[in-house]
Unconditional design. Structure first.
Length: 658
C-alpha cells in the first residue's frame, strides 16, 4: 500500500481551511486540519451514530503486527479469526472475564458495517470519533482514511470518496494502547520472566488505570460540499451590553470564479426566541451587541447560572456557486475572565473555587461515555455545593463539557501530560499538539476558565524551564484570553516553571504521603507552603489536590489512616488552613482529591484502586461527602449570599434545628 500525504493548498480563499489529503490507490480522503465542531443536525446536515455492538479481537500476543501483515482491514474481522461482541463507546478492559483482555498491551481491532443513504450522495460524508485510546488507525471499505494519536480528543475525515451510497459499508479500527517516552502521557516498558518466556509489559507512573478502546461516540454525518468548518467566539461585557465577537471559516473547494462565501448570524435566547436577526451583512467576522445581556455565571453566583445563548450561523454561496447553504448552531455563554497577582475574576467579580479533582471513569465501562453517569455526577457536584472541578488528568468528553457549560460549573481544562520527564524536542511537539487540539475543541466553552499544561511534571529537572516556557508561549499564542495553570508537585524551592503560569496550583498530601496519620502537621504546613509559593511568584495560589485513601465502611476512633473518621479529620485541618489563607488575599481555591474512587494499576499501596474519593466508585457518599457539603455550602452562604439547603442537618433539638 502506497500512502502519500500532502497539504491541499492549490486553491485557497480567505477564511478557508487546510486539509491533509491521503491518497491511496488513486482515492483521496481529506482529513480535517481545521475545525472540529461537534456533529449536530440542522437544515443542511444529517447525523447518525455508529455506537452499538462492534466486532472485536486482540492481536496475537507474540505478533502484534499480524493484522497489518494479513490485511485484516480488507475483510470482515470475523473472517480473520474468532471475534467477540464489544460495546462502543466503552473501554474493552473490564467487559469480559478474561484477564488477558483486561491487561492487554498492544493492538486490538474493531469493525462493524453501516449503510449510507442514497440521498446523501449530494453531500460530503464525514466519519468522526470522539476519542480512541491511545493511537488509532481507521479504514473504510479497506481504505486507510485517518490515524490519530492522543487518546482523549476527537478526530474526523471526509470519507465521501470511499463510501458506497445506498449499500453496506465497513469501518475497521486498529487501536494501540502502548505509551512511550514521546507520547502524552509518557509510558515505559519492562520485561517479566514467566514460565512461558519473557513478556513485555507497559509501565507508567500516572495513578489511574490505562483504559483503552473506542471511548466516545462515533458519528457519521453530512455537510454540503462547501460548509462551515469552524466558528470561534470571544465574549465581552460593556455596561449591561454583552459583546459576542465571531469568526467563521469555511471548508471545501470553491470555483475560481466565485466571489466567495458569506454568512449571516442570528442570536437566540435560552428559550429559542430571536434576540438578533440577520446580523453581519454577509461578513465572516463580526461583533454582536446584546442589550441587557444575561451573563454566564458559575453555579451559586447567580440565581440562573450557566445561561447559554445560541449563535445560529447560516453560510451562503452565491447562486452561480450552486446556491449552497449551511447552518450550524453554537451554544454561547457571555462572560469575561480577568486575573491579577492575587485574584481570578469572572464578570468582574472575584471567584473562590471549591471543588474536586476527578477521573472520567466508572465500573464496567471504564472511560466509555455514559450519559447516566454524566447526569449523576453533576447532580452530586451541585448537591455538595461545589462550583468547579479539574479535568484531571486529560480532556473529558465533549458531552461532559456541555453539561458543565449549562450547569455553570467552572472547569480547569487539562491536557493529558502526566508526570512529564525526559524532556525532548519530540515530546515537546507532542505536548504542544495535544494543547492545540484541546484548545481547538474547547475554545468556545464559557465553563473553561483555565488551561492546565500538565499534572505533576518533574519541574525540578534540567530542561523543565525551557520546555514549559515553550509550552506556555504556545498556549498564549493560541488563546491569550484565559489564564494558564499547572498542577505542581515539587517543592517551592525546586520548581523552575511557576514563572510561566498565571495561577499557581499545587498538589500536597500532608498526613498521608507526608507523615502519614499526623493530622496535627497539616495547618501549619499548608499555610507555610502556600505563602511561600505566593512569595516566590506573586501570583494567585490554590491547592489542587489534597486527600487520603479511605475504605468505605471502615470506622476507627480515635481516627486512624484508611478510616472514614481519618478522612474527615484530615479535611478539617485543611479547612482551618484554607480559612487562614483566604484572609491573606491571594488564595483562590481548594480542590479535594478525589470526587469518587477509581481504578488504578495493580499495586500493594492500593486496595482495589484509589480510594481517596468522597464518593465510592458507584457514587455513594462516605462520611466525608456530608462533611465537605457543609463546608462548601457555608462558603456559598458567606461568599455568594446563598441560602444553604434545609436538609444539611437532621433534627436533634429545637435549639439545633432551624
Amino acid at each position: 500500500m502506497n500512502l502519500f500525504c500532502r497539504m491541499w493548498s492549490s486553491f485557497m480563499l480567505p477564511a478557508c481551511i487546510y486539509f491533509i489529503i491521503i491518497t491511496i490507490n488513486g482515492i483521496q480522503c481529506r482529513i480535517s486540519a481545521g475545525g472540529i465542531l461537534y456533529p449536530k443536525e440542522s437544515e443542511s446536515r444529517d447525523v447518525r451514530t455508529l455506537d452499538g455492538i462492534w466486532n472485536f479481537r486482540l492481536s496475537p500476543e507474540n505478533d502484534h503486527l499480524t493484522g497489518f501483515r494479513e490485511r485484516w482491514f480488507q475483510k470482515d474481522l470475523s473472517q480473520t479469526g474468532e471475534v467477540i461482541p464489544m460495546p462502543v463507546p466503552a473501554s474493552y478492559n473490564d467487559i469480559t472475564q478474561d484477564k488477558n483482555i483486561r491487561d492487554h498491551l498492544g493492538l486490538v481491532w474493531y469493525d462493524r458495517t453501516f449503510f449510507v443513504p442514497e440521498v446523501w450522495r449530494q453531500n460530503l460524508v464525514w466519519l468522526r470519533f470522539g476519542s480512541v485510546h491511545y493511537t488509532a488507525q481507521v479504514w473504510v471499505n479497506g481504505h486507510l482514511i485517518m490515524s490519530h494519536e492522543i487518546g482523549h480528543l476527537p478526530f474526523q475525515a471526509d470519507i465521501t470518496a470511499v463510501v458506497k451510497f445506498g449499500a453496506k459499508n465497513r469501518v475497521t479500527v486498529a487501536v494501540d494502547n502502548t505509551l512511550h517516552q514521546t507520547s502524552v502521557p509518557q509510558g515505559y516498558f519492562t520485561e517479566l520472566h514467566t514460565h512461558n518466556g519473557t513478556k513485555v509489559v507497559q509501565t507508567y507512573t500516572f495513578d489511574f488505570f490505562n483504559y483503552a478502546g473506542i471511548h466516545r461516540p462515533v458519528h457519521l454525518y453530512t455537510t454540503p460540499s462547501v460548509y462551515i468548518d469552524d466558528i470561534s467566539v470571544h465574549t465581552d461585557v460593556r455596561g449591561d451590553t454583552g459583546i459576542i465577537k465571531y469568526n467563521v471559516t469555511y471548508g471545501g473547494r470553491l470555483r475560481a470564479s466565485s466571489q466567495g462565501p458569506s454568512c449571516y448570524v442570528d442570536l437566540l435566547d435560552r428559550d429559542g426566541n430571536y434576540i438578533i436577526r440577520d446580523a453581519g451583512s454577509g461578513r465572516l467576522q463580526g461583533e454582536l451587541e446584546v442589550p441587557v445581556a444575561r451573563l454566564w455565571w458559575p453555579y451559586l453566583m447567580d440565581p440562573e447560572p450557566g445561561y447559554m445563548y445560541t449563535l445560529q450561523v447560516t453560510g451562503l454561496l452565491p447562486i452561480e456557486q450552486w446556491g449552497i447553504e449551511d447552518t450550524y448552531r453554537l451554544p454561547v455563554g457571555i462572560r469575561t475572565v480577568e486575573w491579577s497577582n492575587s485574584s481570578i475574576l469572572i464578570n468582574g467579580r472575584p471567584i473562590y473555587m471549591r471543588g474536586f479533582g476527578q477521573e472520567e471513569e466508572c465500573e464496567l465501562r471504564g472511560k466509555g461515555l455514559d450519559y447516566t453517569l454524566i447526569v449523576k455526577d453533576h447532580n452530586l457536584i451541585k448537591w455538595v455545593g461545589a462550583n468547579s472541578y479539574r479535568t484531571s488528568h486529560y480532556p473529558y468528553a465533549e458531552e461532559i463539557m456541555d453539561f458543565a457549560d449549562k450547569e455553570g460549573i467552572i472547569i480547569i481544562d487539562e491536557c493529558p501530560s502526566v508526570d512529564t520527564e525526559n524532556f525532548s524536542p519530540a515530546l515537546l511537539e507532542k505536548h504542544k499538539d495535544s494543547l492545540s487540539e484541546l484548545i481547538r475543541r474547547d475554545k468556545n466553552r464559557p465553563s473553561v476558565i483555565f488551561w492546565s499544561l500538565a499534572n505533576e511534571a518533574r519541574t525540578h529537572l534540567n530542561g523543565a524551564d525551557a520546555y514549559f516556557r515553550a509550552v506556555s508561549e504556545h498556549v498564549r499564542r493560541l488563546d491569550p484570553k484565559r489564564p494558564i495553570t499547572m498542577a505542581l508537585a515539587r517543592g517551592v524551592g525546586e520548581d523552575r516553571t511557576g514563572q510561566y503560569l498565571d495561577m499557581i496550583g499545587f498538589n500536597r498530601y500532608n498526613s498521608w504521603y507526608v507523615h502519614a496519620g499526623r493530622t496535627e502537621i497539616i495547618r501549619n504546613n499548608v499555610v507555610a507552603e502556600t505563602s511561600a509559593w505566593h512569595q516566590k511568584y506573586n501570583k494567585p495560589i490554590m491547592l489542587m489536590e489534597y486527600g487520603a485513601d479511605t475504605l468505605a465502611g471502615l470506622h476507627l476512633y480515635p481516627d486512624y489512616v484508611w478510616s472514614e473518621e481519618f478522612q474527615v479529620e484530615m479535611m478539617s485541618k485543611h479547612f482551618e488552613a484554607f480559612d487562614i489563607l483566604r484572609q491573606q488575599g491571594f488564595f483562590v481555591g481548594e480542590m479535594i482529591w478525589n470526587f469518587a474512587d477509581f481504578k488504578t494499576a495493580q499495586s500493594t499501596t492500593r486496595v482495589g484502586g484509589n480510594k481517596k474519593g468522597i464518593f465510592t466508585r458507584n457514587r455513594q457518599p462516605k462520611n466525608s461527602a456530608h462533611y465537605l457539603r457543609k463546608r462548601y455550602w457555608a462558603l456559598a452562604e458567606e461568599l455568594d449570599n446563598v441560602i444553604p439547603p434545609k436538609n444539611m442537618d437532621h433534627y436533634i433539638t429545637s435549639k439545633t434545628h432551624h
